[in-house]
Design a protein around this ligand. Sequence first.
Ligand code: MG
Length: 208
Amino acid sequence: MLDGLPSRELLERTKGFLDEEEGAALYRLALRAAPLGPCLEIGSYCGKSALYLGEACRKTDNILFSIDHHRGSEEQQPGEEYFDPDLFDYERGCVDTFRFFRRTLARAGLEENVIPIVSASAAAARKWSTPLGLVFIDGGHSFEAAKTDFLSWEGHLVPEGYLLIHDIFKDPDEGGQAPYEVYKLALGTGRYRELPMVKTLGILRKRI
Ligand code: MG
């Protein structure tokens, strides 16, 4: 067991789809990335992965930028497979996960180390100029969304930086293929080398 992981109580109170072992890997990789630059994740949702990445940032005096439009991705809309009525704002008629995300950060006391960016990822990338040590892609799971996230952010990753992609299923019977397609796209550029996966977490390191 790693030292400094988020508390079980906090994790249990936070909605999300992140496996514990994958979370521990995010924590470990964010510790390693700290000397390279800030971390950035796409797909904050309710903050489960931000708990792991943010704790590592707190420990290393680093920053996690966490991007999400907080309107839920395609598969989280009413009638879709991952729709969660708790997250639906009935007054405005849309999904709103930002309230939950803020609550998670406040509970964890991570507001000095996790900076929310409420925006579509491509819009946030347009004027971005800070080199990043780690980029974690876990936003929309359509090929277009995942590819846009990759193309918008990978150029900001420093040499030796970590590119992490969630929900990689090499077997199509186990899950959607878009994240894996983007993983292969990244490898196909020749700019990354593969490190061993942790469950469905793909781990790439940018070549020098
Ligand atoms: Mg995911």
